[in-house]
Design a binder for this molecule. Structure first.
Ligand SMILES: C[S@@+](CC[C@H](N)C(=O)[O-])C[C@H]1O[C@@H](n2cnc3c(N)ncnc32)[C@H](O)[C@@H]1O
Length: 222
């Protein structure tokens, strides 16, 4: 088992540095919030402490590079740089790669699902050297409705940061299925993507981060 949470800590901690200024965090949250490293570490330590095995990610890793770099959200495999994690899509999470690495040499499994065939193609490409990962194309609600085995660690990461209402409603429907079908194991844990309702410039920029870095340049400074 590798400790990839620690290995990639600095990338997770600085994932939003390209997009959000410290004063913007301050303005919106009153402080710079703890970022993904802390939630990932919390969950992973918990998974280990409870000897959990079955991990499910709804919404797979979909880009070879962060939105700041050319090649974001394309199928062109030349943009995947496995030995240069600096350019990976840390602001989206890289959960498939990070947890995929963590489960190596164990009997844990990771199911990663996405509605977009292209996104599964990319996450599969980025993790093709790893074992124990199953990839599926489909809608999250259909997946949950047909789920037969209990889930130990569920990452709810479907949808985008904006439009927030749309994604929040999707997560609510997913949560209802999880409860009604009693899908989590007794010690199971759920990690949900943050959803923040806002109209600030910061988040307008973040909304564009999966488009093209040109958009940021146009938007930034306004
Ligand atoms: C933010 S990305 C996931 C990022 C990924 N978990 C990571 O850590 O890198 C969200 C993904 O959810 C997918 N998605 C959105 N709605 C969905 C749905 N209803 N069912 C399945 N996938 C969905 C999108 O296609 C997109 O690839």
């Amino acid at each position: 088992m590798s400790n990839s949470i620690e290995k990639y800590k600095d990338y997770m901690e600085s994932a939003f540095d390209l997009w959000v200024l410290d004063e913007e965090w301050e303005e919106f949250f009153g402080r710079k919030p703890l970022l993904r490293y802390h939630s990932m570490k919390y969950c992973w330590d918990y998974v280990i402490s409870k000897n959990l095995k079955r991990i499910v990610e709804l919404g797979t890793s979909r880009s070879f590079v962060d939105g700041a770099y050319e090649g974001c959200n394309t199928n062109d495999t030349r943009y995947w740089q496995p030995t240069n994690p600096k350019v990976w899509d840390w602001s989206a999470g890289c959960f498939t790669r990070v947890i995929g690495e963590c489960i190596q040499g164990t009997d844990m499994t990771l199911d990663t699902l996405d509605m977009a065939q292209a996104h599964i193609f990319r996450s599969h490409y980025m993790t093709k050297d790893l074992e124990g990962i199953r990839y599926a194309v489909g809608m999250s609600e259909d997946f949950l409705n047909s789920c037969e085995e209990k889930i130990d660690f569920l990452y709810l990461d479907t949808g985008d940061v904006t439009p927030v209402d749309f994604t929040a409603e999707l997560h609510l429907r997913e949560a209802k299925i999880i409860i009604e079908k009693d899908l989590m194991s007794r010690d199971g844990i759920i990690l949900e993507m943050w959803l923040v309702k806002n109209k600030t410039r910061t988040f307008q920029i973040m909304e564009r981060q999966n488009c093209q870095y040109h958009s940021l340049k146009k938007t930034d400074g306004k």
